[in-house]
Ligand binder design. Sequence first.
Ligand SMILES: [Zn+2]
Length: 391
Amino acid sequence: MKGPSYSATELLARLVHFDTTSDRSNLPLVRFVEDYLAQHGIASHLVPNAEGTKASLYATIGPAAVPGIALSGHTDVVPVEGQSWTSDPFVLAEREGRLYGRGAADMKGFLACVLAAVPELKKRQLAVPVHLAFSYDEEVGCIGVRPLIAEIGRRFVRPRVVIVGEPTSMSVVDAHKGPVRWHVDIHGRAAHSSMAPLGVNAISVAGKLLAELARIEQELKAAPRDERFDPPYATLQVTRIDGGTATNIVPVSCRLDFDMRALPGVDAAAIDRRIRAFADRECMAEMRRVAPEAGIDVRIANEVPPFASGSNSEAVALALYLAGQNETHAVSYATEAGLFQAAGSPAVVVGPGDIAQAHIADEWIAKDQLDKCMGFLARLGDWAERGKPVR
Ligand SMILES: [Zn+2]
């Protein structure tokens, strides 16, 4: 079967034209990919969300029963609202060797390269298959890839290696931090502010928690550093606070959100336990003496595990070989690499475009980044055909 063949730039223009902002459906894009792959004789397997409004796509080129090399990327993009763009963010525009459009760097450029490489991969007699793993809702906490990963070992053979194509300027990333987001809801009791002892001031309780969070922040900063990261320690920041209703009312509620960027090895669950224990011991008893209904609800809203390839990773060795490089890097942004690795597939991050150009107005990717990625994928085809170990 000989399906159509397009350049990475042509495919990127098609992908950018689908507005796949995370709060919208990605199904039109998924159907486009499904149809394109079908024209090359490749079957797609969809893993939809509960509402049926979004789906991840998984497809295999080559022998289906053999663990292969998965090329993982997300189809969603961040919003353009509030940003001032020179041209329509959903129409790819070329200016001076740069391709402008929402998602050009993060990360439809990688998806376009993978799709452009399909005809060439399909022509080869692959000993090691290549899997396409395109997910949704990455930008809102690596949500969509989780049900897809849950199918590994069931519908899908466990990939031998996962290459996550987030923008790294085609350098090989073997570690990243993991974001953890907490919501805390403090429920006190309202009272006239002149009768303060009858109430439980939720903002005052928040103040105690803020002090504890500041102590944890300092401890994380003082812990052994990993100089490969910038900054070289885990950060913890209170990022939102909201409470109170009027100047003369003891506030009944206060909500605060905080965000940690964990280094590999930092135990988010232990920090969660510590905050809960502090809330119980230092706040709750006193609150309940006045108001039995008072409470503090602490919950992790989203957690993406940090990623560390570990030494001797086949994924890293393969990526270095394919990229023609000999050194690896660590980054502070998160990807699904840690999730795949936790599911038993060694992972690595390497993809076209610069993270500095992601998420901003006039997001762009350099055309030569797409060329580099196409070279990487061509070498992957060579290697997968021979099927020799990397080391
Ligand atoms: Zn991304």
